[in-house]
Structures are given as structure tokens and as C-alpha cells.
Design a protein around this ligand. Sequence first.
Ligand code: TXA
Ligand code: MG
Length: 321
Amino acid sequence: VISKDISRAVSILRSGGLVAIPTETVYGLGADATRSSAVAKIFAVKGRPAQHPLIVHIGSMDELTKWAVEIPESALLLAKTFWPGPLTIILKKTPLASEVATGGLDTIGIRVPNHPMALNLLKEFGGGVAAPSANRFSRVSPTEAHHVEEDLGSDVEMILDGGPCKIGIESTIVDLTNEQPAILRPGSVTREMLQEVLGHGVPVLKNSAVRAPGQHPKHYSPKARVIVVQENEVRAQAEEWLAKGEKVAVMSPNPAEAFPKDVLRIPISKNLSELAESLYANFRLTDALGAGVLIAVAPPASGIGLAIADRLARAANAFTD
Ligand code: TXA
Ligand code: MG
């Protein structure tokens, strides 16, 4: 099912089928955003609760007025600055998108992805593609075509192979439907970047990346228990879990000698953008190594570090009881 055939992907979308599409953030599981029966298949395949709205991907900013109304100046400013790119904006919707895609809300999340294959697909398709990340509900988002195949198998008709995703974590989501713009999910378009363009502070709403009811924070998680600690706590934590008989992996830029010898070291970059790019692949590696515990160092909560900290916290939350 992995292919580079854009025309075939378009014809599958036109016939109401599902296509996994590459974007710069993560792979999406796409369907024609105007067709309820097609969009419903996404929810079925993912096992996603029906009230959990999807992001609609469009090919250019010029199409925004087909999908959204009462578009504030701030939306145009952000779109002009960051599209195509990893920024999703929430606006009041027109009737065009299926209510299944927007989870019955009167708002819609929209973005223009910055990936040549996705843009060519959207151009040839001419419409909007509703797409959540192409993983089963609460699992790790895929950043390569074969991740999608491993997770969804034959439940997806085709996986458009655009190579590894360059950003590696999901888009920043900004809600522009209220007086005050607010970040619902941090991403690689950082709070600082948004504030500079908008000329004022933008709050990050806690636990609100998922605004629809019935959600839990168990998201983006490997099978291993994720523990987020400060740099100077890594060694003690590793020793503690090893003593309990666990197989322990440590995600760290430090050399293997820095850890007890039984620790599985997952090398990462000190550079935060590179850390984001490889984060989900490293979650997958943790599972492939059979680790029961993954110890990760908390990044600084600014710039893209805020988004990485958010994903690590969600992964860690999966085991909060
Ligand atoms: O980078 C991304 O955003 C990737 C790629 C495929 O574009 N997509 C993605 O989709 O991460 P998903 O479904 O995993 O996350 C979509 C998020 C959800 O948290 C959902 O609650 C939020 O977008 N969302 C969508 N429409 C919304 C709306 N109208 N109001 C509030 N949140 C919304
Ligand atoms: Mg997702």
C-alpha cells in the first residue's frame, strides 16, 4: 500500500476512501472533508471518539473563506506568516466541512501543510482533506510511511510515501474564535513566534489540546512507562527502576558511561528541533527494545522545548493512576 502515486491517491479520495498523507509534522489519515461517509471511516479506523474534531488540510490560504467565516485579521496575519507550515488555526466554520469532521462543533481547525507531496495532492484534489495523525487512538503519531503501515495495516487503502517528517511533532493549534487568541497545543511554531507576529502575549491553555468532551490525556505514548526527570536525576531514577527488575531505556545526549551499564541508551541530539524530529521514532525504538521504562530529561519549557515537554508529559500521563 506504500506508494508515491499522487494521482491514485486523489482518485481514492474522490471515491470516498482513505489515504495516509505525508506532512512536515506527522503522517495524516486523510479523507474528503466534505463527505461524512468518508470522514466516518477515519474515526472507525482510528478508534477515535466521535466528538474529537479533525484538522482540515487545504492547498492554499486563498481557500480559507470556503471553510471559515468571521475570519479575524489575526488569522490572516498568522496564515500569511506561517503557511504553508505547522500551524493550525481554529475559526468559525462554514457548512462546507462535514459535521463528522468537526465533531459537531461550530468551529473548524485548518492548516496548509508544508510538504511538497501533500501540496501537490491538495492541488490536484482541489478540496480539503480532513486528517488526524495516522495512528490508532492514543498511540504514537507516525513520522514515516512504514510506521503507518505497521499501525494501520490494510485498514488504509494507500500510504503516500513522502519520506520522514522533518518537524516530527504535531502542528501548533491556535484558537482564534475568542477575543484573545490562545494556544491549544504547542508545536514548532512557538509561543514566542506567535507573540512576535501578533504583538501581544498568547496564553497556552492547559490540557486543552483536546477540547471536545470525553477525552483523556493518554496520547502520544509508547508502551513503556515514561518518566520525565531533570538531568541530575537520571542516574538515580535509572538505578531505582533497574533495582525493581525493569528493563530501562534512557533518552539522553550523554555518553553511555554516564549511566548504569544495564541501561539501554537511546542517543538524542542536544538540539531541540532535532530532538522533536526524532521523538516519536525514539518512542517506537523504546518499544522495539522491549523497555518497560523510558527515562527522558525535561527540556526547557520555551521555544520548541514547550511542545516537546507537552508530548513527554502526555506520554508520562498514560501511566498516572
Ligand atoms: O500536525 C498535525 O496537526 C497533524 C497533521 C496530520 O496535520 N494532525 C494532527 O491531528 O495532529 P490530530 O487529530 O491528531 O489532532 C488534531 C487536534 C485535536 O487535538 C483536536 O481536538 C484539535 O486538533 N481540533 C481540531 N478541530 C478543532 C476545533 N474545531 N476546536 C478545537 N480543537 C480542534
Ligand atoms: Mg493525533
